[in-house]
Design a protein around this ligand. Structure first.
Ligand code: SF4
Length: 479
């Protein structure tokens, strides 16, 4: 049995690229380390030099895929890389990105973060017309659209291809000498531009820049294609600005690293403000505040400061389990969560404890953590969540379970408290969440909280869509 933290939406992908650096592969390799939290199922780097492309891709963590010898094969001053969590397609070596093809315009490599809602429709049409797909990754459709385009100029071909794609995509492309960064018109996923020396770098999060000594320049704009080569930087807008943007608010709440700038703003500050807001909105009868590490830490600090309740690191997380720990015996119950977290008994014994987490998805892990805190001697346990109830699935690249598995979609707050076995549970309100953000509230996608999906989904998601649109509440109850 594999150990997974079932209570969390799992991370999507991370991408990084560089142009104009003799050590391109080494720098992308380091940037992928910084982005490892965004995907642990596969990693890859492709470089370009005058002899063509060089690729190393595989399944597992960055440390599993690369070693000194493999990195030494990656010649060239342009490189793109990818860490993968498979929201579409199985996690096989074949699906590891960046993807790479040779077509009428030369070599092309692609790394993608996000999820296309119309990929299946495009794919079916292309297959019927004779296209042969190499992978099950939804982003492969862009390569086919580009290869089939009748436009003479590459930029025109790329723009018309992108206009056929719907959904969330931050993409890095690389041809023989150019790094190309693209963000969908709604800007669901982050993508930042930086500079190290004379070279430009692009990455999902700016924590990757810090590792290689790059300075943040700006975000790749939604609807923008950035072409970067020896001649410098060229910007092209391929789609008009939509009436609203749809930055994924969950990037601030949970997915991104707190040391990153996300959509141009500090994730660390956003989390502290979420914590402060959460403290303001609720009664907080407690002696100590403890975070569920790591994502709850910044929020709990903000909460503790606002509520004037001491912060304690009473839950200790083991970071060294890896992805493939095998449970030695089926008879050892809750072993997985115990392996990942332990409680400092001296910190909680006899205390009224507030436990801060960012979100509740299924509730299964939280329930086990609460049990451990109770067994360690806590007098009262109050759960506080720095986001509103997650009631709807995500179709834009985050791997949430179906609606009937989302505990807040099928249970009242009282039922959730009973299931978790806590003395109280409270969520941050939707208004409070938006108030904690610096950006305008119209800039965000909040669909997993309110069901207001910025981009329509079709076919592949029809079943789920019907499920959402219908107001029938699932009667399933956790016994
Ligand atoms: S539905 Fe939720 S997780 Fe998905 S993009 Fe929107 S805010 Fe992010």
């Amino acid at each position: 049995m594999y150990i997974r933290q079932e209570d969390k939406p799992r991370e999507e992908c991370g991408i990084a690229g560089i142009c104009g650096q003799a050590e391109a592969a080494n720098l992308v390799y380091l940037m992928l380390y910084a982005l490892q939290h965004r995907g642990q199922e596969g990693a890859g780097i492709i470089t370009s030099n005058e002899l063509g492309f060089n690729a190393v891709r595989g399944t597992g963590l960055v440390a599993d895929v690369f070693d000194e010898n493999k990195l030494a094969t990656l010649f060239g001053s342009v490189a793109i890389g990818h860490v993968r969590y498979s929201t579409t397609g199985p996690s096989t070596e074949k699906n590891a990105q960046p993807l790479m093809v040779e077509y009428s315009r030369g070599n092309l490599a692609l790394a993608h973060n996000g999820n296309l809602v119309n990929a299946e429709k495009i794919r079916n049409t292309l297959v019927q017309e004779g296209s042969i797909f190499q992978t099950s990754a939804d982003s492969e459709v862009l390569i086919h659209l580009l290869a089939r385009s009748r436009e003479k100029e590459f930029l025109e071909a790329l723009s018309t291809s992108l206009l056929q794609m719907e959904g969330a995509y931050s993409v890095l492309l690389m041809n023989d000498d150019t790094l190309i960064a693209i963000r969908d018109p709604y800007g669901f996923r982050p993508l930042a531009l930086g500079k190290v020396g004379e070279a430009y770098v692009v990455a999902s999060e700016t924590c990757a820049f810090d590792l290689v000594g790059a300075e943040y320049v700006r975000d790749v704009e939604p609807g923008e294609i950035l072409l970067i080569n020896k001649k410098g930087l060229r910007s092209h807008r391929f789609a008009p600005k939509p009436k609203r943007q749809a930055h994924c608010i969950f990037e601030y709440i949970y997915f991104s690293r707190p040391d990153s700038l996300i959509f141009g703003h500090s994730c660390w500050e956003a989390r502290r403000r979420l914590g402060r807001m959460l403290a303001q909105e609720n009664e907080n009868p407690a002696d100590i505040v403890i975070p569920v590490p790591d994502s709850g830490v910044c929020t709990a600090i903000g909460f503790s400061q606002e509520a004037d309740i001491p912060f304690e690191m009473a839950l200790i997380r083991n970071h060294y389990i890896g992805r493939t720990f095998i449970e030695p015996s089926q008879s050892i119950r809750d072993f997985g969560v115990k392996l990942k977290f332990n409680v400092v008994k001296e910190a909680v014994k006899g205390k009224r404890v507030i436990v801060i987490d960012d979100s509740l998805v299924r509730g299964t892990t939280a329930r086990k953590i609460i049990k451990m805190i109770r067994q360690a001697g806590a007098k009262e346990i109050h759960m506080r969540l720095s986001s509103p109830p997650v009631k709807y699935p995500c179709f834009y690249g985050m791997d949430f379970p179906t609606r009937k598995e989302l505990i807040a979609a099928t249970h009242s707050q009282e039922e959730i408290a009973k299931y978790l076995r806590v003395d109280s549970v409270a969520y941050l309100s939707h208004e409070g969440m938006l108030k904690a953000m610096v950006e305008d509230e119209n800039n965000f996608c909040c669909a997993c909280f309110n069901g207001d999906y910025p981009v329509d989904f079709n076919e592949r998601h029809e079943k789920s869509a019907r499920e959402i649109v219908s107001k029938e509440m699932d009667q399933q109850r956790i016994s």
